[in-house]
Design a protein around this ligand. Sequence first.
Ligand code: 87F
Length: 503
Amino acid sequence: MATKSSNAAKKKEVKKETKLGMTVKKDDNFGEWYSEVVVHSEMIEYYDISGCYILRPQAMSIWETLQAFFDPEIKKMGIKNAYFPLFVTENVLQKEKDHIEGFAPEVAWVTKSGKSDLEVPIAIRPTSETVMYPYFAKWIRGHRDLPLKLNQWCNVVRWEFSNPTPFIRSREFLWQEGHTAFATKEEADQEVLEILELYRRVYEEYLAVPVIKGRKSELEKFAGGLYTTSVEAFIPHTGRGIQGATSHCLGQNFAKMFQINFEDDKGEKGMVWQNSWAYSSRTIGVMVMVHGDDKGLVLPPKVASVQVMVIPVPYKDADTTAIKAACESTVKELNTAAVRADLDTRENYSPGWKYSHWEMKGIPLRIEIGPRDLEKSQVRLVRRDTGAKVDVPMTELVEKVQKILLSIQENLFNTAKEKRDACIEKVHTWDEFTTALNNKKLIFAPWCDEKEVEEDVKARTKGDHGAAKTLCSPLDQPEITEGTVCIASGKPAKKWTYWGRSY
Ligand code: 87F
């Protein structure tokens, strides 16, 4: 006789094989739940190279939506798109030592063409500073050539070794990388914040994920730069922070290395001030982790390629032709009003099967139309976020659907923010700090802002789940009252900083 647990295992196997749906709960095993969501929602297909994933149309369309927002915004700022090569020579890659140091193990190399060894191995870009900046030096001569503001949409490769995760940590990923050069630091400083605000909007307005805008510590900043700002998200289920995007002021470090000089209007020589900034396909993973539930993916309407799925509900003796016609006209009316609606007419699946299928795929709103709805000239709307059902007269269809989609977008953000905020713990002592860390909190603590102290915190909190580190010091700083001391060193605190384990 089969035991209970082996039965359960078998059931899971069968479910997986037939792709019936979600078998793991978000609370029970977050990692497995996540893999199941991204695969069953048809965003990701696993590939036979570890850390590489296929982005299917469901994922790619979200990427395109974010791009359709971000690209015109940076163009308004005078940034232009370009495309630089995928490959970089060792010589050029090694030019900025601080930059490449520490990253070197992650660089992938091409060493052969066919069977013969290349004369010199060629690296695949892990980021494009060293690819681009020799040409910045060539193109920038006088102050009239400034500012130079370029962006590229591309893939990069970083040969990660720790625990690959779709979207979150993959060996190849998509991003935009912006690289700009200015005559003055003031201009560079201003752009860093303008870009950071766009990143906030990507997360909060599109993905409905709350983020904190802040500055990275000296230990966590991009070593090749002057300072790093970031938007930081938080995953309540794992208690981990996650860097959402970064906007760096590079200062004049790269200008020095690559001799990016210009002559100002008085004929004096100067070095440019540079920025670089990026967000990647990681954005999508953060969205999945924050909003997904036991039924699968939950898509914010603004990024859902299909916002409304219409499902005919033909009872046995119902007039299926009339129902079909009503479904078709519903889709048409919504499409005309620029609502992205689609119809599932497949006859070999039951309405109930379709409900869970489209729930798993995260479609924000479902419309059911059955014989009773036809009689009453109404349709039934079912929200993916709350499961709430409401019957709406066909005459009010467009207006009601648009209103509910807005409400879903808003509710997803508000719920995510409430959950995140409930995890924030303001602490004043080391005891409170370690307790909060064990409780998977997003820790907010006064800190002396010393590198050695952060290193010490890392060492003291090292464990199976990784050490605590600074996530960012929010730009929006609370006042530091007289006598406030650093949680780790007891020295006078210089800033309030978010701490936690992170991805
Ligand atoms: C991995 C291998 C080689 C990160 C790497 O954040 C080099 C690097 O330079 C590397 N991983 N970085 C830092 C990237 C800095 C910067 N690049 C432009 C950005 C934004 C976009």
